[in-house]
Design a protein around this ligand. Sequence first.
Ligand code: 3PY
Ligand code: MG
Length: 255
Amino acid sequence: MTAASRHAPLVVGIWQNFPLPMVSRYLAQQGWDWVILDMQHGCMTTETAYECIHTLRAGGTKPLLRVSVGVPSEVQRALDLGARGVVVPMVNSLAEAQAVALAAKYPPLGHRSLGGDPARHYGADYPERANTDTLLLVQVEHIESVRNVEAIMALPGVDGCFIGPTDLALSMGLPRSDYERHPDHRAAMARTLAACQAHGKLACSNTYSMSDVQEKIAQGFDCITFKSEAELFVSAGAGLLSELRKRAADAGSRP
Ligand code: 3PY
Ligand code: MG
């Protein structure tokens, strides 16, 4: 999916926190469009990310990598590892966006360096294809970033934004729950979406409830994530355990 294909079907992604190729294989089998491997939060390393990326690629799922910090070397490394897109946290200024955009794209668009694995692994024409085949999604997740969002989305090397609603709320001094109904938060989200749409860039966001999902689809977001596989594991495990304990307690109180 490219920034130009705005009316393509909604892309549905999931975050992967467990640094295990086996988990990537299950997620690919489930058929998620994107799996975003998270190196910002969690214990994914370069080596485990590499293995997960290639397991996802082999399974037909697009691997994206969220780098730990928005520095050019991290962005370039993520793409060299084989990620089909890179998500960069906390890109708050035009200068920060420009720096990561230059690192993500080969000349003439940027100054990504060519060497090592990419041309060997991804085809001899990879350098010609990479600028359009790989995505740079900058995270708009601070009110400072929202203030600069029109200029950031106008940059040619930026393919879209990934809004971080939680960090955005924290940066605005809002509480950690119910912030999505706060008018200032809604205005910041709307301004960011409008900037993406005005420049033909992808608008992506995390979501937190099915009504949130419905709203984001109606608003025209291009891609959403909901939870990580770790959250699914923890919530399903906790739910099952409490059900089993309840049944065991009921059985224990039988005469
Ligand atoms: C946030 O909500 O801050 C995130 O980064 C989630 O994508
Ligand atoms: Mg965040």
